[in-house]
Design a protein around this ligand. Structure first.
Ligand SMILES: *Cc1c(COP(=O)(O)O)cnc(C)c1O
Length: 369
């Protein structure tokens, strides 16, 4: 296909091309295939549905993609590449499941883990020469910290080391880690790629053919293949990603500004705000500031919990990246006790800005200043 803009690629890629074929790749719930063709057994190979998902996301990020049963399954396939005793450098703020995976393996003596704050570029550059796996997440979940990916990716690495970036918050539209010099881009497709809170899936993208083969082997041997319906839904979600993201991040930019001037709010973290400590770098590195906001309300945990109970339009729920806005107090989650008690993470959806602002205004009225 001629070089398309990302918006058109999302619509056009991953479609069957034979005359008479359906426009959309169907969910193919196959474990095995009749002998004599290219497919034998799905777990060892693939299905047309997984391949459509991989084609779309790989093409967007400038590499080859491989799909998994969840974002964590994708992350686990990266960790699976490590030799015994390897050193992992992990952000001090990152998705708590990935931190949990790293710390669990460390407690079993499989590897060692060193944590560095996302924004401490010099420390990451120094870590690059020692670590076997550099795992970055930018913007980070949930503190929305920005890593200087270009500088860190350019730092000399230990031979054979892997630099992976969790690109879930940015989406393939707002950031291309491979173009910034990362070896691997990882997605929880459960979030923005699926976009409707109705599936679990994950993806890894890389330009390194050997690494791709190793990830494929991890998927085959670990059995972390995506479901047929999930891959179908993820492809369907991708068709509208550009529209969903544009609306959601426009809403988020306006809500972040409004929240910043609200008397019940202590602090707003959103890379699009001038007050964000890495705003200038975010503006250079990202094609959009995304639709995730985290903000601290006055009055501590009780006050934040009460705000969540008052919501009517925004769903009081975990997870993110859906068409519907969701909000929760993150420090209530296991492994997230390090966060400010009253930090609320808001995943902004595609409802109207006016309705979202009104819902937040009503909910925040319970905060005593
Ligand atoms: C949700 C999430 C994951 C894990 O993905 P699952 O699909 O839930 O396994 C990893 N990283 C980030 C940033 C996430 O938000």
């Amino acid at each position: 296909m001629a070089k398309l803009t990302p918006q058109s690629w999302l619509v056009a890629a991953g479609r069957p091309q034979e005359p008479g074929s359906p426009l959309n790749v169907p969910p193919v719930p196959a474990s095995n295939y009749s002998m004599g063709g290219k497919r034998v057994y799905s777990r060892d190979g693939s299905t047309p549905t997984w391949e459509a998902l991989e084609e779309i996301v790989g093409g967007l990020e400038g590499g080859d993609a491989i799909a998994f049963s969840s974002g964590m399954a994708a992350a686990a396939a990266v960790f699976d590449q490590l030799d015994a005793g390897a050193l992992i450098t992990l952000p001090s703020d990152c998705y708590q499941g990935v931190a949990g995976l790293a710390l669990d393996g460390a407690s079993k003596g499989r590897w060692r883990v060193e944590r560095i704050a996302v924004e401490q570029t010099t420390a990451w550059v120094e870590a690059a020469s020692k670590a076997d796996l550099l795992w970055l997440e930018s913007p980070s979940n949930p503190l929305l910290a920005i890593a200087d990916l270009k500088t860190i990716c350019a730092a000399p690495r230990k031979p054979g080391a892997i630099l992976a970036v969790d690109n879930t918050f940015a989406t393939p539209l707002n950031q291309s880690p491979l173009k910034l010099g990362a070896d691997v881009s990882m997605h929880s497709a459960t979030k923005f790629i699926g976009g409707h809170s109705d599936l679990l899936a994950g993806l890894l993208v890389t330009k390194d053919a050997a690494l791709l083969e190793n990830f494929r082997q991890s998927r085959t041997l670990g059995g972390s293949t995506p479901g047929a319906l999930e891959a179908f839904l993820a492809v369907r979600g991708l068709r509208t990603l550009a529209l969903r993201l544009a609306t959601a991040q426009e809403n988020a930019g306006r809500l972040a500004q409004w929240l910043e001037s609200h008397p019940g709010v202590e602090l707003v973290r959103y890379p699009g705000l001038k007050s964000h400590p890495s705003h200038a770098m975010a503006a250079g590195q990202l094609d959009g500031f995304g639709s995730m906001i985290s903000f601290d309300v006055k009055g501590g945990a009780d006050s934040a919990d009460e705000v969540c109970r008052q919501l009517r339009l925004i769903r009081h729920a975990t997870s993110l990246g859906g068409v519907e806005s969701t909000m929760e107090r993150r420090a209530a989650n296991e492994g997230q006790e390090y966060l400010p008690d009253a930090l609320l993470r808001l995943s902004v959806g595609i409802e109207s800005f006016e309705d979202l602002r009104a819902d937040l205004a009503t909910a925040l009225a319970v905060v005593s200043e």
